[in-house]
Write a protein that binds this ligand. Structure first.
Ligand code: ZN
Length: 455
């Protein structure tokens, strides 16, 4: 095996093409020309996505003794978004081209945002349309929340918003969770769910979507301990990505400048990944202070406090919020795993995915379509299906099938050959090293379980 020919700095197009060809990601409603900023996850994509979410939930909820889960509704009382500040301030400056009428984010054109959808910076200080070079309007603020209506009447009073973040569902349930679980500070609420933002310029494949999924924790702490907990979470979240096999050199933590902070944040760190378009946010870890609980208490008239037995006082906890994107994590995992290698003079494409994330854990491959191999191969597949996501592939040469599995990150291939008919054994072939080992069928589940420990 040789060194990878291509590092992490591969073109986005390579992954877009692989994703479509192998069924990871499709353009939404593609047969109608698609819809900008929306994507569909195919048969392998849905597995990888679920695995990302499962890994997060395990680290965020299952393995901790201080965090509980929640699944709040997407549409909420519209007053939530008034209280949270989103109705007033959740907006991007937008400019229109006077010539071609295309719309852009003003901050993209100034080149401030590393992950700008188009990557065009203003030349000579005067921004022109990156598409046609036309003159641009003055920036106007554009609210990013999608609106819809609840009930049969389309009027102002029935306007609701598709949530632009999952966080508020956790803040408005603070008292419900506290009361029903009898938690003591510090404790957290975790949630995975869809969120929607009417981005002016979605782009960079699934990096900036209009519909996306978040994995968020609201971690409630005593005021005064917030900075210490903030550091804890920055470290914990960085380590989570490393634990999934993301290479250290492609990951960094950046503290936001004061002028980059959201309206609710005292301090924010970003975990960033080195995508082809540059360092871009995978996750934001914000100190939201007591902003949200205070605002919801004020707007709802309900008391959202915690009784501190030590001091005998009701306090409003501070919140540390690690907020990660499923889609961005998915993209980083694909980039980081992607390798092109030369093996015995032939190119092989390899997704070096952590086994816990791999969409398929094992593929069963009869050496050929010879009829004598079908029954034992099907039996081996039957044996594995209850334990893991598996595939059965009997088309084309065995070499081609190994390559196909390498390309989607399958850690193990199980080959059934003519010797199997005599010795009741099969060959396990490992993805990265391509090492092969013979094991009896009777011990196959155990042998794979050992190799897939904890998956
Ligand atoms: Zn234009």
């Amino acid at each position: 095996m040789t060194e990878p020919a291509v590092g992490p700095r591969i073109d986005m197009e390579i992954l877009v093409s692989l994703s479509k060809r192998r069924g990871f990601v499709f353009q939404s409603s593609e047969i109608y020309g698609g819809l900008g900023g929306f994507w569909d996850y195919g048969p392998l994509g849905v597995e990888l996505r679920n695995n990302v979410k499962r890994a997060w939930w395990k680290a965020a909820v299952q393995e901790r003794d201080d965090i509980v889960g929640l699944d709040a509704s997407i549409l909420m009382n519209p007053r939530v978004w008034v209280a949270s500040g989103h109705v007033d301030t959740f907006a991007d400056p937008m400019v229109d081209c006077r010539e071609c009428k295309k719309r852009f984010r003003a901050d993209d054109l100034e080149g401030h945002v590393a992950a700008s959808a188009h990557g065009h910076a203003a030349e000579g200080g005067v921004a022109r349309c990156p598409e046609c070079g036309g003159e641009l309007t003055e920036p106007r603020m554009f609210n990013l929340m999608f609106k819809t209506f609840v009930g049969p009447v389309e009027e102002q009073a029935s306007t609701v918003y598709l949530r632009p973040e999952t966080a508020q569902g956790m803040f408005v349930n603070f008292d419900n969770v506290l009361t029903s679980t009898r938690r003591k500070l510090p404790f957290g609420i975790a949630q995975i769910g869809k969120a929607f933002r009417n981005e002016i310029t979605p782009g960079n494949f699934i990096f900036r979507d209009r519909e996306f999924e978040q994995m968020e924790i609201e971690y409630f702490v005593k005021p005064g301990t917030d900075e210490e907990w903030h550091q804890h979470w920055v470290e914990a979240r960085r380590n989570w990505y490393l634990g999934l096999g993301i290479r250290q050199e492609n990951l960094r933590v950046r503290r936001l400048e004061k002028e980059e902070l959201a309206h609710y944040a005292k301090d924010t760190y970003e975990v960033e990944y080195l995508f082809p378009m540059g360092w871009s946010e995978l996750e934001g870890i914000a100190n939201r202070t007591d902003f949200d609980l205070r605002r919801h208490a004020e707007f709802s008239g309900r008391q959202l406090t915690y009784y501190d037995e030590e001091s005998g006082e009701h306090i409003v906890p501070y919140v540390i919020e690690p907020s990660a994107g499923v889609d961005r994590c998915f993209l980083a995992v694909l980039f980081d795993g992607y390798r092109e290698e030369t093996v015995r003079g032939e190119k092989r494409v390899l997704l070096r995915l952590h086994p816990s994330l791999a969409p398929v854990k094992a593929a069963v491959l009869p050496l050929s379509r010879h009829e004598s191999l079908v029954p034992p191969a099907r039996k081996v597949w039957d044996l594995l299906r209850p334990h893991w996501m598996t595939q059965y592939d009997d088309s084309q040469s065995i070499g081609r099938r190994y390559r196909r599995q390498d390309e989607v990150g399958t850690p193990y291939c199980v080959t059934v050959d003519f010797d199997t008919l005599e010795d009741q054994a099969v060959t396990i072939r490992e993805r990265d090293s391509m090492d092969q080992v013979r094991v009896p069928i009777a011990g196959l589940v155990e042998a794979l379980r050992e190799r897939l420990a904890g998956v």
